[in-house]
Write a protein that binds this ligand. Structure first.
Ligand code: PLP
Length: 230
């Protein structure tokens, strides 16, 4: 077994134990392998080990990778900061966007999404930790943005995403995940059951996220190894 295949098996084991601990069904949680900074060959290795959904943060790096792997039936998720001049390429190459936090960007994605493709699946990124530097809509601004995005024809609003502040305080991190779930539950009661996604949990905190209802874990390091410093 390759390193990546073995790591994937370890991560799947962690997820299985985490869902069991809180008596959630294992199918309720899916795994997004975050392949940013890693090569197409590394993605191919993960795909050979059964992984189908991959997350990328940098468009220039992602596009050639997606192209090089077009022979595989993979699902690509854009999880990085999204500027207006990148929306056309993202709308064309990805099936999901997790990092939407502005209406103008959402409108562009909807206008630019090819009518022959299924609607782009989107999550709104929420800044639940209140850090000034963080991207993401504030909890206060979230309902208006969610209602506006839900009305766009070529997007399907699927839920919320967050990246909590880096902290060893597990109670704090867990409270951030709980807050995202409450925000999603409120929106779901207004906008409908298709808001089924909570994109939260990374290599270091996936167990906390699963305990608070995560449905989509974004895992990089635990699958592909350490990334070079940015
Ligand atoms: C890089 C990244 C991840 C993966 O983080 P790991 O700690 O390596 O698992 C998850 N989400 C986002 C938005 C990222 O940019």
């Amino acid at each position: 077994m390759t390193g990546i295949a073995a790591n994937l098996q370890t991560v799947r084991g962690r997820i299985a134990r985490a869902v069991q601990a809180v008596e959630r069904p294992v199918q309720a949680v899916s795994l997004l392998a975050v392949s940013k900074t890693f090569t197409a060959a590394a993605v191919r290795e993960a795909a050979a080990a059964g992984q189908r959904a991959f997350g990328e943060s940098y468009l220039q790096e992602a596009l050639p990778k997606i192209e090089a792997l077009a022979d595989l039936d993979l699902e690509w998720h854009f999880i990085g900061p999204l500027q207006a001049n990148k929306t056309r390429a993202v709308a064309g190459a990805f099936q999901w966007v997790h990092s939407l936090d502005r209406l103008r960007i959402a409108q562009r994605l909807s206008e630019q999404r090819d009518v022959h493709l299924p609607p782009l699946q989107v999550c709104l990124q929420v800044n639940v930790s209140g850090e000034q530097s963080k991207s993401g809509v504030t909890p206060e601004e979230l309902p208006a943005l969610a209602h506006a995005v839900a009305a766009l024809p070529r997007l399907q609003l699927r839920g919320l995403m967050t990246i909590p502040e880096a902290s060893d305080d597990t109670a704090l991190v867990r409270s951030r995940f709980a807050r995202l779930r409450e925000l999603r539950d409120d929106l779901r009661s207004q906008l409908g059951p298709q808001l089924d996604t909570l994109s939260m949990g990374m290599s270091g905190d996936l167990e906390l996220a699963v305990a608070e209802g995560a449905t989509l874990l974004r895992i990089g390091t635990a699958i592909f190894g350490e990334r070079p410093p940015a």
